[in-house]
Design a protein around this ligand. Structure first.
Ligand code: NAD
Ligand code: UD1
Length: 340
């Protein structure tokens, strides 16, 4: 399939592009490089041995999108481009809605104008808010609790409206749980700017000596060891979920919603122990107060993706930590400093 990938230079997008190229799909990446390095493009090319067309373009640049869509003969768009920091979204809600919602509207308008009507959307488990029950199924009520999560829920609503008005659209909404790990080659991985917000990138930077110690946000949750429990999904498993979604779209009209998660939960302390085993070093930590907005427990019921997309996660926490350590230890400063 001939695909356009927005945000394809970012963390999940770049891993998905590798899987798409390896499976024989044609890919064009657009990214405004607001949270990515151009160096990821040659890194992907040398991994897969194929050229990767890349255009620096913002999804809000309608003229730019028109030029790309007019030249491409695209059959589907995989839409990763978004701002994703929950805390930042609380401080800058308009920037988040402008980028994530207005940007997606601009992209959808351009697609409609060029007759491209297959769309895979990166949504988030954060749309569920603080659900009463785990595991979390797709029928759990949507209750976004942050501006970031509201951009995701808002775009989901827009996609349902677009399909209702024009049933030619085929839309796959993928609600990701916690994307972690790195490509097994150690050549591609997450490259957070500044201090990482998320647990595993922070732990990896402690292990490599960039941070002194981990702050564990609370050990008084109602969980077996008192720390928060999440569903950590290897980024390569997540990437492969997009290929399954593309196959599903080809066979199935309408709008579908699927959780992508493992169906297993791990506590913060379990993650720390698994990473210590992977890197052979101690991870110093101290317990501090809870992070506002955090929930005690979140993990997916992934059975709908298993049954409909024929997708299940293959990699466990030990493999996640081993692959992340390979990337972090060989690229302690990520892509920064590497030439494109
Ligand atoms: P990322 O920041 O690494 O990738 C997003 C990419 O989009 C970046 O390369 C950035 O430069 C680009 N981008 C942002 N705004 C753009 C714009 N206006 N025009 C063009 N490019 C733009 O993030 P990621 O972790 O790879 O996340 C990918 C998608 O998955 C996002 O939509 C995110 O909200 C969603 N998501 C991520 C997670 C996770 O665990 N990382 C979980 C749930 C959902
Ligand atoms: C965060 C986002 C969520 C997004 C998900 C995947 C927030 C509030 N939520 O989820 O929207 O979908 O990432 O990108 O940012 N922890 C520590 N110390 C740290 C960092 C985290 O103890 O330095 C703990 C947290 O309290 C939590 C667990 O580790 O229990 C996982 O945290 P994190 O990796 O930030 O993911 P989420 O909060 O689940």
């Amino acid at each position: 399939m001939n695909t356009l990938v927005t945000g394809g230079a970012g963390y999940i997008g770049s891993h998905t592009v590798i899987e798409l190229l390896a499976a024989g799909h044609d890919v064009v990446v657009i990214d405004n490089l607001s949270n990515a390095s151009r160096a990821v493009v040659p890194a992907i090319e040398s991994l897969v041995g194929r050229e990767l067309p890349f255009v620096e373009c913002d999804i809000r640049d309608r003229d730019g999108l028109d030029r790309i869509l007019a030249s491409g003969g695209f059959e589907a768009v995989l839409h990763f481009a978004a701002l994703k920091a929950v805390g930042e979204s609380t401080a800058e809600p308009l920037r988040y809605h402008q980028n994530n919602v207005a940007g997606t509207i601009c992209l959808l308008e351009a697609m409609a104008a060029h007759g491209v009507k297959r769309f895979v959307f990166s949504s988030s488990a954060s749309v569920y808010g603080d659900p009463a029950d785990t595991p979390i199924g797709e029928d759990c009520p949507v209750d976004p609790r942050s501006p970031y999560a509201r951009t995701k829920a808002g775009v989901e609503g827009i996609l349902h409206d677009v399909h209702a008005a024009d049933p030619d659209w085929r839309v796959s909404i993928l609600r990701y749980f916690n994307a972690v790990g790195a490509h097994p080659s150690g050549e591609i991985g997450e490259d957070p700017t500044g201090v990482p917000n998320n647990l595993l990138p922070f732990v990896a930077q402690v292990a490599v000596g960039r941070r002194e110690r981990l702050n564990v946000f609370g050990d008084d949750y109602p969980t077996p060891d008192g720390t928060g429990i999440r569903d950590y999904l290897h980024v390569v498993d997540l990437a492969r979920g997009h290929l399954s979604a593309l196959d599903y779209l080809s066979a199935t009209p309408g709008v579908s919603v699927h959780n992508l998660g493992t169906g297993r939960g791990h506590s913060v302390f379990e993650v720390v122990r698994a990473f210590e085993a992977a890197c052979g070093r101690d991870i110093p930590y101290r317990v501090v107060s809870r992070r506002p907005g955090d929930v005690a427990v979140s993990w997916a019921d992934p059975s709908k993706a298993r049954d409909e997309l024929r997708w299940t996660a293959q990699y466990d926490l030990d493999r996640i930590c081993a692959d992340l350590w390979r990337w972090q230890s060989t690229h302690p400063h990520g892509f920064r400093g590497r030439k494109a």
